[in-house]
Design a protein. Sequence first.
Length: 172
Amino acid sequence: MSPPRPAAYAMLACLLAFACGRADSHVGSDSAPLAENAAPAWKDGRGWRFAPAPSAIIGESEGAPEYPLGHVAGALILSDTLVVVGDRGSAQIRYFSPRGIHLRTLGRTGDGPGEFRRIDWIGARGDTVVVWDSFAARATLLKPDGTVARTVPVPAAAGDVYPSLGLLGDGG
C-alpha cells in the first residue's frame, strides 16, 4: 500500500476544521430564515391549477414508430404551436402539435447534418431549436420547420461533457 498523498492530508485537514467549527456557525436557522414569503404573488383563486385532463399525451409504449420514446433528453414548446422532443434513444428530434399529433421527425444515428451520436440537451432561442450532441461535440441549430440551419462544432468539448449553452449579449 502506498503512503497517502499530500492532497489527502489537505482534504483531511479541511474536513477536521469544518467538523470542529462552532455549533452556531451554520447558515440559516429558525431565527434567521434564508428567504421569506410574506404573501402569495397572486390573488386568491388566481394561482396555478392543474387542468382536469391533459391537453396532450406525447409518448407511448406501443404504437406507430413516431410515438414511442426511448430516452427523452428534453422537450420544448415553440410559440405555443409546436412541441419538440429530443429522444436520445432513437437519436431523433420529433415535432408534435399541441394536441400530441406527430408532425415530423428529424435525425438518426450518424455524423452528418441532422444526425446525432448522442442527444444530451435541447433548448430554444425564439423558434430555433438548439440540440447539443456531446459525443459529436457540436450544437445543431434547427429551423422551426425542422431543417438544419447550421451546425456549430465545439471540438474542445468532445466526450461526455455538458457545456453551459447560452447566448452572448450580442446574440452570438
